[in-house]
Write a protein that binds this ligand. Sequence first.
Ligand SMILES: [Zn+2]
Length: 310
Amino acid sequence: MSAGDEVVVALDVGGTGMKCALVRPDGTTVHTERHATDAQRGPDAVVDTILEVADGLAGKARAAGRTPVACGIAVPGVVDETRGVAVWSANVGFRDVPLRELATTRLGLPAALGHDVRVGGLAEARLGAGRDAGHVLFVAIGTGIAAAHVVGGSAATGAHGAAGEIGHILVRPGGPRCGCGRDGCLEAVASASAIGRRFTELAGAPATAAEVADRAAAGEQLAGDVWRAAVEALADGLATGQALFDVATVVLGGGLAQAGPLLFDPLREALRERLTFHREPRLVAAALGDEAGCLGAALLALDTLAKESR
Ligand SMILES: [Zn+2]
């Protein structure tokens, strides 16, 4: 087998679905598939499915004449990458699951376990919108808000596997209740779900964040107020991020980033207003879409391989 036949088995496990792929060392994808997570079955059943799907992918690679060399798995929540343990996850139900060891045993391959947003940031920083910038902050804005700080191609994990929880920066003391139990966190004001929720509350009719953005752009007063409030809160959060990390590029991903100029134009301006001596980062949209998690999981697995062979 030539080195060109090598692939990494990559899985990005979310609350509702698993994105899976076979990824070459150069970051190109040769096969993708999707499976349901069915998290309501409980964490044990989810772990069984992860291992079965990963093993199946390795088999498919071999059947196609390729050599699976490693397995990378990304999961949400608190992830201890050093020990390879999924410590805690609200939407999948993991509590101290040694996923890396389980995958290594089942597949007979070296494995790596990563946090979904951190590996997404890794992929955007190395292969996507943050390419060419040594210091990148990747911010995913969807149901919640989380970030990855990537320096020189590797993402900081924190001492307890919980780095990058930018969504829980306190931006509006006494503001809306956050899922973490405190009032006024960034994600309670500016996540896509928070924007939809706020508008629905005030207007008495449901709307998604994307609809709020469109209505704001069309000049609707209430939608405009809700959208602006979210943009201002985001700018507060990003200004804090820039004070902490001084990055060259901020990559925005997740559902909200799809609002395009409706988000980026006012956000860029609001962020500029908040910065004094800090340099303004380039603010760009994520480039890899929902493939970022799988690509990042594969990169993490390859990084682990490279470290082990040193
Ligand atoms: Zn919070």
